[in-house]
Write a protein that binds this ligand. Structure first.
Ligand SMILES: [Zn+2]
Length: 306
């Protein structure tokens, strides 16, 4: 039985996606709709509304009244026919909400790990954060240098000078669990939490296939040669706008030659050992990434023999 992807963060989205090319007026209409909701990101921090035990990423648009300024607004889509806007505020705006018990100000990674909003709202938060980040970083035309303007309700930026159209980017990242017999290869970067080991990962390069990116990254980081590569699942990763492409890969060689700049450690772990890491009962306290991360899914798929 295949291992379920249900625990992965950012993979489902409550919003009906807007087909920007068909309806350029969607943003203008949403901005004057009194029922409209907004996803608010201050800097790169989501502002949530709390109610009892739960929180929501969808704020009534009237909550924006306390902002003296916002940097960008885009149309994200509709939730049950209600328009939803993405609003980017300056990072300092978090101070306007931090001490108000009606709001919760917490970084997106923690929102995902702690399950602070529903899985379907988490996908909408990821979409808003990645899109708003792109707008923030593409205010000038890469072709001619002139200031660009938001277009297509926020799904494009246009250059009024050279007429170039610019579309939001998604950066593909390969993440792969290399297996060899009963063992799998995990590494840790110095920035990981203590004892945490994960699947190797790296950005896909232009002109490269997924399979070749997997083989190149594994050899660069761990000196292990990879043969067969099998795609399993993908996950949007809004830090800031990646798509994680999860694969299992067949290790052809066993000796590890670690890239010391990339990895603090890399080892082969047996299926039993890695199971104890998933279950948080490893004798040395070693752990895997949490269930919301695709590395956890790749490791569980190996342990379950899928
Ligand atoms: Zn231009």
């Amino acid at each position: 039985m295949p291992v379920s992807t249900d625990s992965l963060g950012f993979i489902s989205n409550v919003l009906s996606r807007h087909t920007a090319e068909r309806d350029h007026g969607a943003l203008e209409r949403a901005l004057v709709d009194p029922e409209a909701l907004t996803v608010l990101i201050a800097g790169d921090t989501p502002i949530l509304r709390t109610g009892g035990e739960s929180a929501t990423a969808f704020l009534p648009a009237s909550d924006l009244a306390r902002l003296s300024v916002h940097e960008e607004q885009i149309f994200l889509g509709t939730r049950d026919r209600t328009p939803v806007i993405g609003t980017l505020a300056p990072a300092e705006a978090v101070e306007l909400f931090t001490d108000d018990p009606a709001f919760r100000v917490v970084d997106l990674r923690s929102v995902a790990v702690q399950g602070l909003v529903s899985a379907e709202e988490l996908g909408a938060l990821a979409m808003a954060k990645s899109l708003l980040f792109w707008h923030q970083r593409h205010r000038f035309c890469p072709n001619c240098g002139a200031p660009t303007a938001l277009s297509a309700a926020g799904f494009r930026r246009d250059c009024p000078s050279c007429k170039a159209q610019h579309f939001p980017r998604t950066d593909p990242v390969v993440i792969m669990l290399v297996t060899r017999g009963d063992k799998c290869l995990l590494g840790r970067q110095a920035r990981f939490v203590a004892g945490s080991y994960s699947a190797l990962a790296g950005f896909l390069e232009p002109g490269e296939t997924i399979e070749d990116a997997v083989r190149r990254e594994v050899f660069e980081e761990a000196g292990v040669r990879v043969g067969y590569v099998r795609y399993l699942a993908s996950q949007p990763w809004p830090f800031p706008s990646s798509l994680m492409i999860g694969c299992h890969a067949e290790g052809l060689t066993g000796d590890i030659v670690r890239d010391e700049d990339e990895l603090e450690d890399a080892r082969w772990f047996s299926r039993d050992e890695v199971r104890s890491m998933l279950d948080r009962r490893h004798p040395e306290g070693l752990i895997t990434p949490p269930p919301m991360a695709i590395a956890n899914f790749l490791i569980r798929s190996f342990v379950e023999g899928a």
